[in-house]
Structures are given as structure tokens and as C-alpha cells.
Design a protein around this ligand. Structure first.
Ligand SMILES: *Cc1c(COP(=O)(O)O)cnc(C)c1O
Length: 408
């Protein structure tokens, strides 16, 4: 048997069923009208943000990275919890606006912004995190034509990266941000052009579980921001420190020691160089805020054996949960936390693989895990499905279409 990842806190059993926000999975599936289904818990979103706020210095604002989960009701709920939103496309701008979020709370990073996207963001009053000199020139031209003073920040491509991070976003050549050495010249140019200067965005990586690595990256980020601000000849209005706080997905993963990260940041904030003393600091997080608050539910439609191995074939699959199948940036496939949701808490009786309904060997949600015996009609749960599930999986593959989603 292969181990399964750790089930996040906050999930209970009732009458042998998994309960999410006080409701059994059977009740939730009935309410949603069927499976496959993503369920997101308001209560767990609230708790996560509250825990993080309590650990971090008051001065640190909190942004939500929309790409982790752009489901409308989740965005609307997050709007009451966080200070701002980070988007990465014109499509996400439209989604955020549809959720009633004030674009003044939004910053837009991401390479390859098209003119129409720049124009929509400038017209709406969102902040652009510029990814290149070329993009800066296009943004200035568009703002000029519109007669609007644009809110512009520079995304910096730092020379360091976040150690142990799942996805490296800084260090060396990158399509993201502007190399450190070229930042001061562009910043001086933008300030001279009379833009609404919004400072720097420095994102060095994602999905880190080591508090020490995050602390070290924040130290480097603040030092870099100070140096670049000095060289730009202006105090820094705002600095987005990135994020990178990960969640445990796999056997042996431990949650980040948030209290330690917050204490270290508070110490740094108490000892800032003059050029950063008036700076507004922001941290942007996606998966840490929403990942553990979501569960993916699918129903077993077939139970079969092949060469002595048990397959629980579900109506879901990698088209909704690409990451759980091990095909979204992982090198070695390991099991996400998973369970038979309609036999929740029952003893392990057999080794089985939970697979999807796609005709590809990649479509495996749990590989040779230990589960209670499950049959056709039972519902399986894949945890840590609140981030990069529905939004980062090829829902149209094999004509399957998207899963249902609900916030409870
Ligand atoms: C993806 C992304 C995030 C969110 O990353 P998480 O790992 O989900 O926290 C934040 N900022 C930027 C610039 C990103 O590209």
C-alpha cells in the first residue's frame, strides 16, 4: 500500500460519512444535483484568514491570488476577508468585477498582457504590475490615449528564489518580471512620466513548507526592495512581498509554522530602512487561503479487478483534479489526501486505486491506497481541492465538461 497525504484539519465524520461545514457528503451531493462536485467551506476560509491575520504583523495587508480559485461565491466571500486581489488576466479582471469587487483593490501581474487587457485594467483603476519595458511603454501609451493616470508597479525578477518551493518564480532568466538591474531606470522613467507609482512586486516562489525558507526570502525581498527604491530615487509607496506559503499535500508534509514567519516579519518591520518606513506591505496568497477549504467529490461508477488490483472507477478525474493525478508540476507522483467519503473513518480493508473516467493511464486520483471496501455508488473525496482544482484542470478533455462547485 502507498501512503495517502494528510487530511487537513476541520473535517469530521457523522453516521459514517464525511461532513463538510456540518453537512454529510450525501446531503451535499443531493443539494448540488450530483457529482463530480467541488465543495468549499466558508467556515474553513474564515478560520484560515483569521489564523493568518493573527500571526502576521498588522501592517501586512493580505491579497488573494484569484487564479487559485476564481469561483464567484468564493471570490465574493473572500472580498469580506482580504484587503485586495491579485489577478493574472483580463478574464480574471472580468470575473472579479462580476463578483462586485472594486478594481481599486486589484493588482494585475502576468506576462503577455494584451493591449485590450491593459486598457481594461487602466480604465477600471486596477494596478498593473509591469512585466517588461515593452509592456510599460504600451501601458503608458494606452493611459495617455485614455487620459487616465495609470497605477503602475514593477514586477521585479529577483536574483534569489524561494528555497524548497514547488514552483520557482525567480532567480536567473525568467519570463516573469524585470531583471533587478534594469528596475531602477524603469522606475525613474515611470515616476518622471507622472504615473501613480505603486512600487514593487517581488514574487519569488510558491508552495514552500519551510518557515525558515520563507523568512529568508522575505529578508532578501525587503533588502532588495530597499536597494531598488534607493536607486530609483523615491520612497517606496507599496511593496508586494509575494507569498509562497504552501499547504501539506503529501505523506510527511508538515504545515508551515506561521507564527514563526509572522514573528520574523514583525522584527523586520520594526527595523526598516528610511526608504521603506512609509511603505505599505502586502502578501499575496492563493493556495494557502483556499486549498484546504475545498474537497472534490466523485461517485464510484464501477469496481473492477485487474491482475489482482482493485480499481474504483469514478465519474470524476484529472479533468477536474489534474494536480491530484500528479500531472501539474510534480516530478514524482504521490497521493493526495483521499478517502471513501461515504465510509469515512471506517477501518482500512483493502488496497485500491481511485481512477477517473478518462481513457488515459494518467487519470489516477489515488494510487494503491488503503481504504475501507467501497462499491458502486460510494462517494470518494480528494482533499486539498480548494486551489488549482477546477481552475487548473483540462475540464473539456474528452468532452467531459466542468464539475459542479458549491460554497457552503
Ligand atoms: C500563482 C501566484 C500566486 C499564488 O500562488 P500560491 O502558491 O497559490 O499562493 C501569487 N502571486 C503570483 C504572482 C502568482 O503568479
Amino acid at each position: 500500500m502507498k501512503p495517502l497525504g494528510p487530511i487537513p484539519a476541520g473535517y469530521d465524520a457523522l453516521n459514517g460519512e464525511l461532513v463538510i461545514a456540518g453537512q454529510t457528503v450525501t446531503a451535499l451531493v443531493a443539494k448540488a444535483g450530483g457529482t463530480p462536485l467541488f465543495v468549499y467551506s466558508r467556515e474553513l476560509l474564515d478560520q484560515r484568514v483569521a489564523t493568518l491575520r493573527a500571526a502576521m504583523p498588522k501592517r501586512l495587508a493580505l491579497h488573494y491570488a484569484v487564479k487559485a480559485n476564481p469561483f464567484g461565491p468564493v471570490l465574493e466571500h473572500m472580498a469580506g476577508l482580504v484587503d485586495g486581489f491579485d489577478i493574472a488576466s483580463g478574464g480574471e479582471l472580468a470575473i472579479v468585477q462580476a463578483a462586485g469587487i472594486d478594481p481599486a483593490r486589484v493588482s494585475f501581474a502576468g506576462p503577455g498582457k494584451r493591449d485590450a487587457e491593459l486598457e481594461a485594467a487602466i480604465a477600471a483603476g486596477a494596478t498593473l504590475n509591469l512585466e517588461s519595458e515593452g509592456e510599460a511603454a504600451r501601458a503608458l501609451g494606452i493611459a495617455n490615449r485614455l487620459g487616465i493616470t495609470p497605477k503602475l508597479a514593477i514586477r521585479v525578477n529577483p536574483e534569489f528564489d524561494l528555497k524548497g518551493s514547488g514552483m520557482k518564480m525567480g532567480g536567473g532568466a525568467k519570463p516573469f518580471g524585470i531583471d533587478e538591474a534594469r528596475v531602477p531606470a524603469l522606475a525613474r522613467h515611470l515616476i518622471a512620466e507622472g504615473v501613480d507609482w505603486r512600487g514593487f512586486h517581488i514574487f519569488a516562489g510558491s508552495q514552500a513548507l519551510s518557515a525558515d525558507a520563507i523568512i529568508e526570502t522575505q529578508r532578501q525581498t525587503l533588502a532588495l526592495a530597499a536597494r531598488l527604491a534607493e536607486e530609483s530615487g523615491a520612497v517606496l509607496p507599496k511593496c508586494n512581498l509575494g507569498g509562497g506559503i504552501g499547504i501539506p499535500y503529501f505523506p510527511g508534509d508538515e504545515p508551515v509554522d506561521i507564527a514563526k514567519v509572522g514573528a520574523a516579519l514583525a522584527e523586520r518591520f520594526a527595523d526598516l530602512p528610511p526608504v521603506l518606513q512609509g511603505t505599505a506591505f502586502v502578501m499575496e496568497l492563493g493556495r494557502y487561503l483556499v486549498g484546504e477549504a475545498g474537497v472534490y467529490l466523485a461517485q464510484i461508477v464501477d469496481r473492477k479487478e485487474s491482475h489482482g488490483e482493485v480499481y474504483l472507477v469514478t465519474d470524476g478525474g484529472l479533468h477536474h483534479q489534474l494536480a491530484a493525478s500528479g500531472n501539474f508540476g510534480t516530478v514524482v507522483r504521490r497521493n493526495y489526501p483521499s478517502a471513501i467519503a461515504t465510509r469515512y473513518g471506517a477501518a482500512v480493508e483493502e488496497e485500491a486505486s481511485i481512477v477517473g473516467c478518462l481513457c488515459t493511464p494518467l487519470d489516477r486520483l489515488a494510487d494503491k491506497g488503503g481504504f475501507p471496501r467501497a462499491d458502486v455508488g460510494d462517494i470518494i473525496a480528494i482533499f486539498c481541492a480548494g486551489a488549482y482544482g477546477a481552475s487548473a484542470s483540462p475540464a473539456m478533455f474528452l468532452g467531459q465538461g466542468p464539475a459542479r462547485e458549491m460554497l457552503v
